[in-house]
Design a protein around this ligand. Structure first.
Ligand SMILES: NC(=O)c1ccc[n+]([C@@H]2O[C@H](COP(=O)([O-])OP(=O)(O)OC[C@H]3O[C@@H](n4cnc5c(N)ncnc54)[C@H](OP(=O)(O)O)[C@@H]3O)[C@@H](O)[C@H]2O)c1
Length: 332
């Protein structure tokens, strides 16, 4: 009988995450109950935010637990349905987790229109693309001619934020962890400048790359990069607090940077956190615009693919160390 291969959280990390915090198991493939569907995973995304869930800092996700399937968003095909709303053969986006088969209430899956590439629902048309869209456009409110700074700029959310900011006619500066990533941003994705935060002269380079200051800072990292950005922000600047990846892979997160609240007051800055779920009633609008940008070539989706379920733990550890460019996807 065919089994469901799954990756479970074996133990919760203390300090840095390691592949040994996971284990591979096989379980039965369950039948969908009334109102449910069975999804066969085609691929899932590995995303930095799920590390915050293991740490317990993503409190909206509840307390972290071991012995359960690792969570994550996937795309796949409905292979059995007990719902009149979704038929067998439909491709859907769903919280599949790291496993081959998963059961979902039909209302909790997003059918993927046949003209769309399902893999885009792990990137630009999925959680991270929508996060880039609302965080930049709604929270950041960029205006033509302004300067937008984004951290983790070569990652999944970051590379889309920068391109969307270019679509809005701003000057875009990306911060990332290597020269090679920086070249991808400036040569392939239209960023105006890139900076490596590992460089000793990072603060001076940031100053040089933002001669007119910064109007919008899209913060994926917190930490030292946020601290440096605060000093470059112009009066009336906006900080979109998206995530704190510099503080996830540890059990000793650093306190927030100096300058808060003093710089917020003196520069009349707005610093606003957001969660994608708050925009659920506007996903259709965002997907329509993002799809049009993909079609016109104004937005390029970079994916960084890994083959096989069993490769996921190492791929996650590697992502936290900066190994990915664009959205890391595991093909199951
Ligand atoms: N608010 C929301 O609703 C929401 C939704 C989705 C995602 N998020 C957040 O969005 C952010 C990006 O997530 P993602 O899935 O797109 O991940 P990602 O950017 O694709 O991957 C994480 C990247 O973080 C960088 N990084 C790792 N350690 C770092 C450090 N100490 N300092 C600076 N950069 C570091 C690495 O790139 P380098 O080579 O540049 O170091 C790595 O590639 C995360 O903070 C996540 O929590 C928020």
């Amino acid at each position: 009988m065919q089994q469901n291969q799954q990756i479970l959280i074996d133990s919760l990390p203390r300090g840095k995450l390691q592949a040994s915090h996971y284990r591979l198991e096989s379980g039965p493939i369950l039948e969908p109950s009334v109102g449910e569907v069975l999804v066969k995973t085609m691929a899932f995304a590995i995303t930095a935010g799920t590390r915050a869930g293991l740490q317990g800092s993503a409190s909206y996700a509840g307390a972290p637990k071991s012995g359960v399937v690792m969570n994550g968003t996937g795309v796949g095909e409905v292979v059995a349905s007990n719902s009149a709303d979704i038929s067998v053969g439909t491709f859907v986006m769903a919280p599949t987790g790291w496993q081959q088969y998963s059961i979902h209430a039909a209302k909790n899956v997003t059918p993927i229109p046949s003209e769309h590439d399902p893999i885009h629902y792990l990137g630009p048309l999925g959680v991270n693309g929508l996060t880039a869209y609302f965080g930049l456009l709604d929270v950041g409110q960029p205006k033509a001619g302004e300067t937008v700074l984004v951290s983790a700029a070569a990652g999944s959310v970051g590379h889309m934020v920068g391109q969307m900011a270019k679509i809005k006619d701003t000057r875009v500066v990306g911060v990332c962890g290597s020269e090679a990533k920086g070249l991808v941003l400036t040569q392939n994705l239209g960023f105006d400048a890139s900076l490596n935060y590992h460089d000793n002269g990072f603060r001076d380079a940031l100053k040089a790359a933002t001669p007119d200051g910064v109007d919008v800072y899209f913060d994926n990292t917190g930490g030292m990069i946020l601290g440096s950005a605060l000093f470059r922000l112009n009066i009336g600047g906006r900080i979109a607090c998206c995530g704190v990846v510099s503080q996830y892979d540890t059990d000793r997160p650093e306190p927030g940077p100096k300058g808060i609240p003093g710089l917020l007051i003196n520069k009349r800055l707005t610093m606003r956190g957001f969660l994608l779920f708050d925009y659920a009633d506007r996903y259709a609008e965002a997907r329509k615009n993002i799809h049009a940008w993909l079609q016109s070539g104004q937005l390029k989706s970079l994916t960084d693919e890994v083959e096989g379920l069993e490769a996921a733990p190492d791929a996650f550890v590697d992502l936290l160390g900066g190994g990915n460019i664009g959205t890391r996807v595991v093909r199951v």
